[in-house]
Design a protein around this ligand. Sequence first.
Ligand code: 5RP
Length: 268
Amino acid sequence: MDWGMQNRLARIIKPEDGRAVMLAVDHGYFLGPTGGLEEPRKTIEPLLPYADSIMLTRGVLRTSVDARWDRPVVLRVSGGTSILKELSNEDITVSIEDAIRVNASAMALSIFVGGEFEKNTLVNLAKLVDEGERCGIPVLAVTAVGKEMARDARYLGLSCRIAAELGAHFVKTYYCEEFEKVVEACPVPVIIAGGKKIPEVDALTLAFDAVQHGAVGVDMGRNIFQSDSPVGMIRAVRAIVHEKASVEESGRVYEDTKRVKARRAAAS
Ligand code: 5RP
């Protein structure tokens, strides 16, 4: 891996502990104005100080994030479909020049193993890796799961391994039972997505279990920005990922943050 590639990856997966807290706010690229992200700037600004990096599209980056903020950007570069159509029919939607222009620390693309357009998404990944290698920008493969696909170790392990074989520098997938098998069979770092909103304690347990079983971190979206205390949640996730907090300890971080904010609001 060349210097630029290593340097960019180190901005996302912190060399001090080999862990990463990514804030995922790219949902609008196929879901439109997702709950909690209707006004991206309002959602993103209070959370940025607690995220190691932020994953988003160039449109939201340019319109809703202050360019003077020093946070690494994982740029979503695949898309071209909406929730109304076949989701696997994605293409590469951003040129490498534009990724460089916005100073991306990594580029993210979804692959749909088992999906109708599986081959296109896998070939797109390989092409993006070629471009990334040429310019020193790492590629995050997102193992998107079709409606009919099981989120189990066999399927997710297959997807992660194929992504790594095609040259992805790190992979994002879902947590599942026997997750360690997914991680063991994947020769590049694995990060988990949060998935649909679930109760806070369950989302924190998910993050805890994932890092216990070998994930280098989380790229969480809805379970942070749809929480009744988004800052509380990202701080709690941070405590798990970087400070080895237990689920109970991280739960206290969430509750305390929420309480302080409520008290301030009542006093003002
Ligand atoms: C969509 C994505 C999202 O970034 C990913 O799903 C993470 O967000 P969440 O925690 O809400 O699942 O890659 O394809």
